[in-house]
Design a protein around this ligand. Structure first.
Ligand code: PMP
Length: 288
């Protein structure tokens, strides 16, 4: 496997970064997870825009412009003869001293890994996920905007651990007001009386690229979609629920906090979103 590392394509076992890189020492950096479907990098421009915004928010100057980053992503996929898979694009603050300050750090390291994707098993798309809300709250937007896709995922990792410890694959994260924010790596949608709802970004959700695709699909299907503050009660009493994310795509959720969602099986509308999303993935991106 070839890894893109600061302009070079190097073998996996030679792809090394310094122990003084602030990405490692402090989680100081940004990243994107991107899908490749049938030689087409899905929503590449949207991912690169979000990366630029994340970098800007943490005052990290990207060493490559959008076209250069797009070329590097495509080059890495081609070098690995990949036609379907997952691309992890990482930009770290770079090598510095042991102190927190990024002064003297750099240049930023650009790392691109293109690999097969480990999805949830197909069976779960038929039967649906069961999720549970956990004590760890989504980080407060005034502490660190959740819209920044930074290398520091401890908040989400703690939530994931808490869910796993009690036998669930995914955690539902609330914000400090007790509203639904998102899951550890996915946005949340519910269908209630025929209207689709998802938490607004200021509730602590990432501006998910899949979330935006689902909103577009809703419009195409003539289903109203609203960004609205949601509580656990809204999920417990919803007719349908699903999660969205680059890796998970659209996955049904059939149980929240031990309450069955709807009939306890993936809903009809959810199934429509899954198939529409899969229909669209090869059309909306950059061809290798
Ligand atoms: N929330 C978080 C915390 C994420 O890390 C992700 C990405 N895995 C998402 C939501 C979903 O975003 P996207 O659809 O862009 O992958």
């Amino acid at each position: 496997m070839k890894i893109y590392l600061n302009g070079d394509l190097v073998e996996k076992d030679k792809a090394m970064v310094s122990v003084f890189d602030h990405g490692l020492l402090y989680g100081d950096g940004v990243f994107e997870g991107i899908r490749l479907y049938d030689h087409c990098v899905f929503k590449l421009d949207e991912h690169l825009e979000r990366l630029e915004y994340s970098a800007k928010a943490i005052l990290l100057e990207l060493p490559l412009n959008r076209q250069q980053l797009a070329d590097a992503v495509c080059e890495t996929c081609r070098a690995n003869n990949l036609s379907n898979g997952y691309v992890r694009l990482v930009v770290t603050r770079g090598v510095g001293h042991l102190g927190l300050s990024p002064d003297g750090c750099g240049p930023p390291s650009v790392i691109i890994i293109a690999d097969d994707i480990q999805l949830y098993p197909q069976e779960l798309y038929e039967t649906g996920l069961k999720i549970i809300s956990v004590p760890t709250r989504r980080i407060n937007a005034s502490a660190l905007p959740p819209a920044v896709k930074s290398l520091n995922y401890l908040n989400n990792i703690l939530a994931k651990i808490e869910a796993k410890k009690v036998g669930f694959q995914e955690a539902l994260m609330l914000n400090d007001k007790g509203e639904i924010a998102e899951c550890t790596g996915d946005n949340v949608f519910v269908l209630s009386k025929g209207v689709l709802y998802t938490p607004p970004l200021d509730a602590g959700s990432l501006r998910g690229i899949t979330r935006a695709s689902v909103m577009d699909i809703a419009q195409d299907l003539g289903i109203k979609c609203r960004e609205q503050a949601l509580t656990r009660y809204d999920l417990w009493t919803a007719e349908e629920c699903f999660l969205t994310g680059t890796a998970a795509e659209v996955i049904p959720c059939v149980e929240v906090d031990h309450r069955r969602v709807g009939s306890g099986e993936p809903g009809e509308i959810t199934r429509k979103f899954i198939s529409k999303f899969r229909e669209n993935v090869c059309e909306d991106g950059v061809k290798l």
